[in-house]
Design a binder for this molecule. Structure first.
Ligand code: 5AD
Ligand code: SF4
Length: 468
């Protein structure tokens, strides 16, 4: 099948906009409040900002208090069981809000409810939830809300087989200096453990001209840190009506004048190209940070995961990245306890960690996902073995991260100030070009500004510095 870049029709967009007006008039233009609780990845955060954008047009302003809200949206994740359990328990907690305020509308959206068994579960066991909708049906949120406010029945919308791109939704961004910018949606890779291709549908890329326009607006509005999002950005533009691959997109965007850093997530190792690395290396405006998920350091596990590369090919890519960008910050995702993972397989993963020396690793215990091939595989690893492997991996990586950060002691870094640290009162939090956390003293008015700091103390997951 040829997946061209497809967007919702003008009629569909007009319908959405009409429903937005309808909600406003149903609510008689009253000032209402929405509470959005987002779980999961950056893409979900971006989706949450789109929900907030539509809600703003419908007359709802954001609140961080569920009890004060007239509308609650739980934006869920499905990537691991833990994420689903957490979302379900949070939905459970809102039951009392509805009891206290019967006019409250509760919606659940995102990856978890894009699965039929979860949508059914919400329908049966959470009768106070008004409607659910998946990630590719975000643009139907105004319609679902309008119908429910008019006394329509509860609705549980599942994704259709070929979801479309909905342009024209202006997100209400949580920050005025860092932004998510989706360049594509969905995933075609079907890694055998992963639920994403089932819940987010097939890959579809946004038109590069639309992306560039949005990007220019962000730069003009003073955004300093812009992250391009896609499940696998390397397949951006494939099988599309336009001619623009991801390297070319980066080239075009980074030629926009301004004081900002451009980054992206996530690049699949099977098709990270030299061209992409060359473009990164050639532009000051592209952050020298590369997130390249390895998942496992064993070729037989990689094969069973359907990852499409070998450890040798992966290490070649890392070699090329380091050759072109010696100061690059390298990060990765690792899954421990994939079905059939032997002690030797796991040791091979530790070995790659020792060889690559990542700055940071996001490590996960394998979580079987209903409907994925890996969940059916024989040889599931016992929980205690998975836990023990995770601890060993964390111990090794903590030591590596400590050594890597120690190399930065005494260096001068230009960090973007994220405001007051949430975990360390009285300190400001900044992020280096490689996205490492630096705490330093200063005035909270520096939030959103670049600040020069000298690194004075380093730890595995945080560094301290002084403004100079
Ligand atoms: N179990 C554990 N980790 C998973 N990931 C994706 N699916 C699963 C799963 N079933 C991890 C991968 C991916 C990251 C976003 O989440 O490492 O890169
Ligand atoms: Fe999941 Fe693999 Fe697609 Fe990433 S590339 S979203 S891990 S299927």
């Amino acid at each position: 099948m040829n997946y061209r870049n497809r967007v919702i029709s003008a009629e569909e967009a007009a319908r959405r906009d009409a429903y937005i007006s309808r909600v406003r008039s149903i609510n008689s233009n009253k000032a209402l409040k929405i509470f959005i609780n987002t779980f999961g990845c950056q893409q979900n955060e971006a989706d949450g900002e789109s929900v907030a954008g539509m809600a703003a047009l419908m007359g709802y302003s954001l609140t961080d208090c569920p009890e004060c809200a007239d509308l609650i949206v739980v934006n869920t994740c499905a990537v691991r069981e833990h994420a689903e359990k957490k979302a379900l328990s949070v939905v459970g907690q809102y039951k009392h809000c509805k009891k206290n305020k019967p006019s409250l509308v509760i919606a659940v959206c995102g990856c978890m409810v894009s699965q039929k068994h979860r949508a059914d579960e919400i329908k049966m066991k959470y009768p106070y939830v008004d409607f659910t909708f998946g990630t590719s049906e975000l643009y139907k949120f105004p319609e679902l809300l309008a119908k429910r406010l008019k006394g329509g029945r509860r609705d549980f919308l599942l994704p259709n087989d070929e979801p479309l791109i909905a342009e024209g939704i202006a997100p209400a961004r949580a920050s005025s200096y860092r932004a998510w910018l989706s360049v594509m949606y969905g995933c075609n890779n079907f890694c055998s453990y992963c639920i994403v291709p089932y819940v987010r549908g097939r890959e579809r890329s946004r038109d590069p001209r639309v992306i560039e326009e949005e990007f220019r607006t962000l730069v003009n509005d003073g955004y300093r840190d812009i992250t391009l999002l896609g499940q696998n950005v390397n397949s951006y533009g494939q099988k599309c009506t336009f001619e623009c691959n991801f390297a070319e997109l980066l080239r075009r965007l980074s030629s926009v004048e301004g004081d900002y850093k451009l980054r992206f997530m996530t690049s699949h190792p099977k098709d990270a190209t030299c061209e992409l690395v060359d473009v990164m290396a050639s532009s000051e405006r592209i952050a020298k940070q590369f997130h390249l998920p390895l998942q496992s350091g064993s070729n037989s596990v990689l094969k069973a995961m359907n990852r499409g590369y070998t450890v040798e090919k992966y290490l070649d890519t890392v070699g090329y990245i380091r050759e072109k960008m010696p100061d690059v910050t390298l990060t990765s995702d690792i899954i421990v306890g994939f079905p059939g993972e032997s002690e030797a397989d796991f040791e091979a993963t530790l070995d790659v960690l020792r060889r690559v020396r990542y700055d940071m690793v996001y490590s996960f215990i394998y979580s079987p996902r209903t409907g994925t091939p890996a969940a059916q595989m024989a040889d599931q690893i016992p929980e205690e073995v998975k836990g023990e492997r995770l601890r060993r991996l964390l111990d090794l990586q903590t030591q590596i991260a400590e050594e890597k950060n120690a190399e930065l002691l005494g260096t001068e870094q230009r960090v973007l100030c994220y405001g007051t640290s949430k975990n360390n009162d009285g300190m400001l939090e900044g992020r280096t070009e490689g996205n490492k956390i630096v705490l330093f003293k200063g005035d909270s008015s520096l939030e959103g500004e670049y600040v020069n700091v000298k690194i004075t103390e380093t730890h595995p997951f945080v560094m301290y510095g002084e403004k100079y």
